[in-house]
Design a protein around this ligand. Structure first.
Ligand SMILES: Nc1nc2c(ncn2[C@@H]2O[C@H](COP(=O)(O)OP(=O)(O)O)[C@@H](O)[C@H]2O)c(=O)[nH]1
Ligand SMILES: [Mg+2]
Length: 469
């Protein structure tokens, strides 16, 4: 690690001297389960578990070995061992991957044997943290690994892979160096010029800063699309009892997930399911019908429905096309006026004069879609209507998208520091003051890729990783 002191701040991580071990595959029965060791003792620990095997493991070669319990010499599994010699490994340290048969008891036993040989159980994201510390990847790339593992759709996986291959860091690099150039000019002005900056120089600097602010702002703006692709939308399905919410819920998912009856008040608890529309993850929530009731359980359900409504990105208010609009319907529609919502007119397969109903809704909620949860009619239109207001051009243009709220926050802060500096420049404030903001901006940008991230921030970021990664 000392040979590669890319991020000196991370060297204070004391526990990096330990050799760590973790299961790299999910717990539970599987074809194979991979145990990963990283650190100075990775190879010697492996040797002690494979005493009869070739004592020499050539790097990047797969060896079929018998795994032994070192104390009893009992064979516990046949496994494939692959050794990656430092620094040519994921973490930059000596790494050994042991592919065992995927029995949870066996895998637990092998890990215990590693622990007995003085390895320590890895913490969340510790392998990636070591890779970061050893300059194998930068912070944005490390976070991309987590995002790739957590991706729920192909689109968000694709964005994570782009970030992992350095696209984001690459985009930020010229911005950081241009910012640094401007800082250097102002700093030398501070040293050599007694009076204010010459008018022409101030104008050039202002131009360069505006350009930087625009660039940073444009990258930050892709977060709208990036967040959509990554987190998707929370869509709440609400309405009075029996209008067909649970039926629509099932129809959208294509499975009989929720109980459907003609008894009002059947759905008392909420059901969540995920699916995607145009690669956008949708979390659909079926709620208890909203009505006045004396039933204790239903009251709790109704309260939950109201909370879910408030938290949702989009509310689907369902009304029944086969009946006249009721006061309850009107009340529910009135309550979502401040929120993005769609009025879903259900049961269009039943004969009814719906014109009156629609003109009444139309006054307040121009967004309505006609469906029949029973026949499936109108479902495609509804799906389109759900994602349409949220889709931005960025989703489809195939550019790089900022998907992480932390990155977005830092970009916004950097842009606002730069804008602020431009204002100060206009007011002929002294370079010293202007420089403070620009240094802040540079530090914020550096926190994205990790050069200026503190240990405390890293601990928080890596706590969101899974164990074994
Ligand atoms: N004809 C017709 N009946 C429907 C439709 N959607 C739901 N229903 C019926 O309406 C009743 C209430 O449905 P449900 O989904 O439980 O309503 P919820 O209380 O709003 O969840 C059930 O008998 C459903 O079969 C539809 O589009 N057309
Ligand atoms: Mg229901």
């Amino acid at each position: 690690m000392d040979e590669n002191p890319v991020y000196p701040v991370y060297r204070v991580f004391d526990q990096m001297k330990d050799t760590i071990v973790a299961l790299a595959t999910p717990t539970g029965r599987s074809g194979i389960g991979v145990i990963r060791l990283s650190g100075g003792d990775a190879l010697s620990i492996t040797r002690s578990l494979t005493r009869d095997a070739a004592s020499e493991f050539r790097p990047r070669h797969a060896y079929l070995v018998k795994l032994l319990d070192p104390t009893s010499s009992e064979v516990i599994d046949e496994a494939i061992v692959t050794y990656f010699k430092a620094p040519h490994s994921f973490t930059g340290e000596n790494v050994v991957e042991i592919s065992c048969h995927g029995s949870p008891v066996l895998l637990r036993q092998v890990i215990d044997l590693c622990l007995a040989e003085n390895a320590r159980l890895a913490e969340s994201g510790e392998f990636t943290l070591r890779a970061l510390a050893n300059g194998r990847l930068d912070l944005a790339e490390a976070e991309a690994i987590r995002d790739l593992i957590d991706a729920q759709t192909i689109a968000s996986a694709r964005q994570a892979v782009r970030q992992l291959s350095g696209e984001f860091s690459h985009e930020l690099q010229p911005i950081k160096s241009e910012l640094l150039n401007v800082i250097v000019i102002l700093e030398s002005a501070l040293e050599f010029v007694e009076d204010d900056l010459p008018e022409t120089q101030a104008a050039t600097i202002k131009n360069r800063l505006s350009h930087l602010s625009t660039q940073v702002g444009e990258i930050a703006d892709t977060f709208k699309a990036g967040k959509l692709i990554r987190d998707g939308l929370r869509v709440a399905l609400v309405g009075r009892p029996n209008v067909g919410k649970s039926s629509l819920f099932n129809a959208m998912l294509g499975s009989e997930r929720a109980i459907v009856t003609d008894i009002a008040g059947t759905t008392r608890d909420q059901l969540h399911e995920r699916f995607t529309i145009d690669e956008i993850p949708i979390s659909l929530i079926d709620t208890a019908g909203l009505r006045e009731t004396d039933d204790t359980v239903e009251i709790i359900g109704v309260e939950r429905s109201r909370r879910t409504m408030a938290d949702a990105d989009l509310v689907l208010v369902m009304v029944d096309a086969s009946e006249d609009l009721t006061d309850e319907d009107r009340e529910i529609i009135a309550s979502v006026q401040e929120q993005p919502h769609i009025v879903v007119v259900n049961k269009i397969d039943l004969q009814h004069e719906t014109a009156v109903l629609e003109s009444e809704i139309d006054d307040r909620s121009p967004n309505f879609v006609h469906v029949s949860a029973k026949t499936g009619e109108g479902l495609d239109d509804l799906k389109k209507a759900i994602v349409e207001p949220f889709s931005t051009e960025d989703v489809s243009t195939g550019g790089f998208l900022v998907t992480d709220a932390r990155h977005h926050d830092l970009l916004v802060r950097a842009a606002s520091e730069i804008d602020n500096s431009i204002d100060l420049l206009d007011h002929k404030t002294s370079e010293e003051i202007i420089l403070i903001g620009l240094h802040n901006a540079l530090r914020y940008l550096g926190q994205i890729t990790g050069e200026t991230t503190t240990e405390d921030m890293l601990t928080r970021i890596f706590a969101t990783f899974c164990i074994g990664k």
